[in-house]
Ligand binder design. Structure first.
Ligand code: HEM
Length: 153
């Protein structure tokens, strides 16, 4: 599965546009200054926003709203990860998600198990899924799918 670079890219691209943890906050233990000069006082709440960052033109370019797994591939078709400070879907630094690699493997395993047996498509392609705000993401009103068993000839 580690050699399935397009599949890995599709998972990362999905999480870029629809990060399960949309935003996350920390509280400053002491006065501090961020690298860009922003002053943070003891007790201030500092929030980073993976959902917003996943859609920023300055990070992803003018096609930032398009689902394009190819953006993660180099010229040899190999997956190239981005800095967690551009893509903080799993947080970064010393508090990075401990289950990140396991989560990616789980998602790839489920995707492979499903697409081997079923053709899956959204029932209403014109309908833009709407994120529900919350600690972890859900799609408002759900997302209707059509699932058809693959018929082997
Ligand atoms: C798509 C799936 C997942 C996403 C998007 C995700 C995202 C995150 C994020 C953003 C944090 C930082 C939270 C914070 O600092 O406030 C985090 C922490 C953590 N995650 Fe995940 N996670 C995922 C799956 C998992 C899985 C499957 C496990 C365990 C098997 C796991 C275990 C942890 C643990 C233990 C931490 C705390 C790390 C620390 O603070 O030192 N995560 N995760």
């Amino acid at each position: 599965m580690t050699e399935m670079h397009y599949l890995t890219s599709a998972v990362y691209e999905t999480l870029r546009l629809f990060p399960p943890v949309q935003f996350d906050s920390k509280f400053a233990l002491n006065d501090d200054v961020l690298p860009d000069g922003t002053i943070v006082r003891k007790g201030d709440r500092v929030t980073y926003h993976p959902y917003a960052m996943g859609r920023m033109e300055s990070i992803w370019g003018p096609d930032r709203l398009e689902f394009r797994p190819e953006r993660w591939l180099n010229d040899d078709g190999l997956f190239v990860p981005r800095s967690p400070y551009e893509y903080p879907v799993f947080q970064g630094g010393s508090r990075v998600c401990l289950g990140k690699e396991m989560a990616i493997v789980e998602m790839k395993t489920v995707i492979l198990a499903v697409i081997r047996r079923f053709n899956v498509r959204v029932a209403d392609p014109g309908h833009e899924p709407r994120f529900s705000p919350g600690l972890t993401a859900t799609v408002s009103g759900g997302l209707r799918m059509v699932v058809e068993e693959v018929v082997k000839r």
